[in-house]
Design a protein around this ligand. Structure first.
Ligand SMILES: [Zn+2]
Length: 314
């Protein structure tokens, strides 16, 4: 565990050198070699689509092990059960997202929903309560089983513990797939998006949301951390969605999209400007924040993290 906190050391993984996992371009270069914990983490910027990605990229086996065993404890300091503050925040999010599904995606009548990477299961539970046949899956054993227990005797809805690669839903199984703040954790985003396309009914809606690397006030190595192996901006997320066979139904903001299959008559074109995204990301992240400025800004947070870590005896 301590491996994830000691500054100036690397993370416990080997990984493999890759080209851009969204557009496949070999034209990319390192833009940061530290992350927000001042640990060694090499991040590349793709010069074709403007995606940030960890390189060397953790392998599938390394990611699966990390999510099954380490992620929640390391990232949210949650051991065994999700923390109460986390649960409260997720309840509010689940309500807001269910409302967005009704308004922006027209999910009125009970339907078949899937939450891709459902965490502690608040959205699944909330949608089940609204009468939907709500499913979800989660690779983290602790959060996944917590989500399962939350559903209790509910028979129409369910949560599986496992990675997306282990899921075997039949094509066209879902009217809505929610894919919220999960894509940035995956080393093969295009395969995951194509899987969503396959699992979605022809008139289904994919609700896709990631953080936006252009939203951070101070841009630099401070914005990178091990769990987010990819960093999207509006344009390259739309490009990825289009390449996976989707069109735009509605855009809440650049990295919060409601998508339909490209043949769906409701679909509008996904517009993007990759060259401008590359330029902007490069300009904003090249200088970045200096290690000294970072340390000053985060001294309190680091003290708290280290303190809690010591208290937990790990
Ligand atoms: Zn790219």
């Amino acid at each position: 565990m301590l491996h994830y906190f000691l500054p100036f050391t690397g993370y416990p993984y080997e990984g493999a050198e890759i080209d851009c996992p969204v557009c496949g371009s070999a034209d990319h270069a390192r833009i940061a070699h530290l992350d927000r914990r001042i640990k060694r983490l090499s991040t590349h910027l793709c010069h074709h689509c403007g995606l940030f990605f960890t390189n060397p990229m953790p392998t599938e086996a390394e990611l699966e092990r990390y999510y099954a065993e380490t992620y929640r404890a390391e990232y949210q300091l949650a051991f065994i059960r999700p923390r109460k503050t986390h649960q409260n925040k997720k309840w509010r999010e689940a309500e807001r997202r269910a409302a967005r599904l009704k308004d922006a995606a027209g999910l009125d009548a009970p339907g078949r929903t899937l939450d891709f990477g459902c965490g502690s299961g608040e959205l699944v539970y909330h949608l089940a309560g609204l009468g939907h046949e709500a499913r979800g899956f989660e690779p983290g054993a602790d959060y996944g089983s917590f989500a399962q227990s939350r559903l209790g005797d509910e028979t129409k809805s369910s949560v599986h513990v496992g990675s997306w690669r282990e899921m075997t839903f039949a094509p066209g199984s879902f009217d809505v797939i929610t894919f919220l703040h999960v894509l940035e954790h995956l080393n093969d985003p295009m395969a995951a998006l194509k899987k969503c396309h396959e699992w979605l009914a022809d008139d289904g809606v994919l609700y896709l949301e990631t953080p936006n690397m252009q939203d951070y006030k101070i841009k630099g190595f401070d914005c990178f951390h091990f769990a987010h192996v990819l960093g999207f901006s509006g344009s390259n997320l739309k490009y990825a969605a289009k390449e996976a066979g989707f069109a735009l139904l509605h855009e809440d903001w650049g990295t919060s999209l409601f998508l339909v299959k490209s043949g769906d008559p409701r679909g509008k074109p996904l517009d993007y400007d990759l060259a401008a995204t590359v330029e902007k990301n490069r300009a904003d992240y090249q200088e970045g924040v200096t290690p000294l400025a970072y340390a000053k800004k985060h001294l309190k947070r680091i003290r708290r993290l280290v303190g809690e870590e010591v208290k937990q005896g790990r």
